[in-house]
Design a protein around this ligand. Structure first.
Ligand code: KE4
Length: 427
């Protein structure tokens, strides 16, 4: 692949932005590459500035479940732009989007639109603390909930990728109230409740972890979290920024049959625009200003352009009744080809990760055992064959509705040869 223009642009970008990027995991440092600069994307394809075409399994880290540049979403955004970009005031679209969210995720009896998953999680945790009048929270090692100070503890995604599990610049006092447990390990949670039970405001969890790579919850784990939070009067927050509208129309809570007190959404719900949501039980959300004393605000929250993209996306998901079944079949085909090639893959719905460790990956410790150098080979091999995937062992591959059978078959064929590639070229 000729990527000369990307390289030239990267040399410019690093003069302005740390690592030349606006989000660390895009930097491709840990796969020994410099990032591609993308010119445009449509459907399942993404095109770099050198004119190379790739089948895209990053999907902008999840939002593009319909594929890139979905005509209805684009049309909806264009139409909304004609009416003005932002009012800083109420508009009807907010009600329409809230209704679309609530009728698919009924546990979100009351909700607030914000601008990023980080903001949604930060606000949900503050609301849980305000409602319970308790300070401590439990998160799980390897789960990533955005970059608000109190959650940058043994976090996944870019922190795991760059081996900085706890960010500098966060005063110890900001994380003193953040307790960490082991994902899929009920005993580690029980011990924290036995020691701190009365002071734990909430558990926040990715109901299917996808920021240490994809690590599904073991049978009964989510119900256990539901039961123990009920027992101690703590709230259960499902961070569904990735799983919301990804695993099903009702998110992970419908998919696994366990309902949280508060839920955060992002990515898909904004249709590719900066929009996220937190919400849950009415009595909890009534603590949020202006009704209650938990303060949260945002200049561009619920702006008409992002809202129009969210509405168009959720309407499309509701209309395409076969979408989730089709996504599941496509992802299953990919997973099967990975297993045939001797690869260790975790899959949940249309989320997949190939791990380069012989052991089953069930938590942060087993995920960290993965050989990131081998992952980098896999990443480069896919890229050289026109397949664009996340440049990190600790992220997910996303399948979209736009991935055709031909895309999937081609990808399976490329993966099937990886074993040979490994043997012939690198081992
Ligand atoms: P944002 O602030 O990036 O919109 O959302 C933060 C967030 C919260 N919760 C979960 C479960 C998330 O996965 C995320 C963000 N995900 C990462 C990728 N795994 C975003 C990509 C990036 O950081 O560049």
């Amino acid at each position: 692949m000729n990527t000369e223009k990307s390289k030239r642009l990267y040399d410019e970008a690093i003069k302005f932005m740390p690592g030349g990027v606006n989000s660390p995991v895009r930097a491709c440092r840990n796969v020994g590459k410099t990032p591609l600069f993308i010119d445009h994307a449509a459907g399942s394809k993404i095109y770099d500035v050198d004119g190379n075409e790739y089948i895209d399994y990053v999907c902008s880290w999840g939002p593009n479940i319909l594929g890139h540049s979905d005509p209805e979403v684009i049309e909806s955004v264009k139409k909304a732009c004609d009416g003005g970009l932002t009012f800083g005031a109420c508009h009807e679209g907010e009600i329409e989007l809230a209704n679309l969210i609530q009728r698919n995720m009924p546990s979100m009896e009351m909700l607030r639109l914000v601008n990023s998953g980080t903001e949604a999680v930060m606000s949900a945790v503050r609301t849980a603390r305000g409602f319970t009048r308790r300070d401590k929270i439990i998160k799980f090692e390897g789960c990533y909930h955005g970059h608000s100070d109190g959650l940058l503890v043994k976090a996944g995604s870019g922190l795991l990728t760059n081996s900085i599990p706890d960010s500098s610049g966060v005063p110890k006092s900001y994380t003193d109230n953040t307790l960490t447990a082991v994902y899929n390990d009920e005993l580690s949670v029980k011990k924290l409740f036995e020691e701190y039970g009365a002071d734990i405001a909430c558990i926040i969890v990715e109901p299917c972890a996808a920021n240490m790579g994809v690590v599904p919850p073991k049978e009964g784990f989510l119900q256990f979290l539901r039961d123990i939070t009920n027992e101690y009067g703590a709230l259960l927050i499902f961070d569904e920024v990735i799983t919301g509208f990804r695993l099903s129309l009702g998110g992970a809570q419908e998919y696994y049959g366990v309902t949280s007190d508060l839920t955060t959404l992002g990515k898909i719900v904004g249709g590719g625009m900066p929009l996220a949501v937190y919400g849950g039980k009415r009595e909890i959300m009534e603590c949020v200003a202006p009704l209650g004393s938990v303060y949260q605000a945002g200049t561009l929250s619920g702006n008409p352009i992002a809202v129009s993209a969210g509405i168009a996306t959720l309407k499309a998901l509701e209309r395409n009744k076969d979408l989730y079944e089709k996504l599941d079949k496509k992802a299953e085909k990919l997973a099967a080809s990975m297993k045939m090639a001797g690869l260790n893959v975790n899959r949940e719905g249309s989320l997949l990760t190939v791990f380069f460790t012989d052991r089953k990956v069930v938590d942060y410790e087993t995920a960290k055992k993965s050989d990131c150098k081998k992952f980098a080979l896999f990443y480069s091999y896919l890229l050289e064959n026109g397949i664009y995937s996340a440049p990190s062992q600790f992220e997910a591959m996303f399948v979209s509705y736009a991935h055709s059978d031909a895309d999937i078959e081609y990808t399976c064929e490329v993966i099937s040869k990886f074993e040979l590639y490994n043997i012939n070229k690198h081992y």
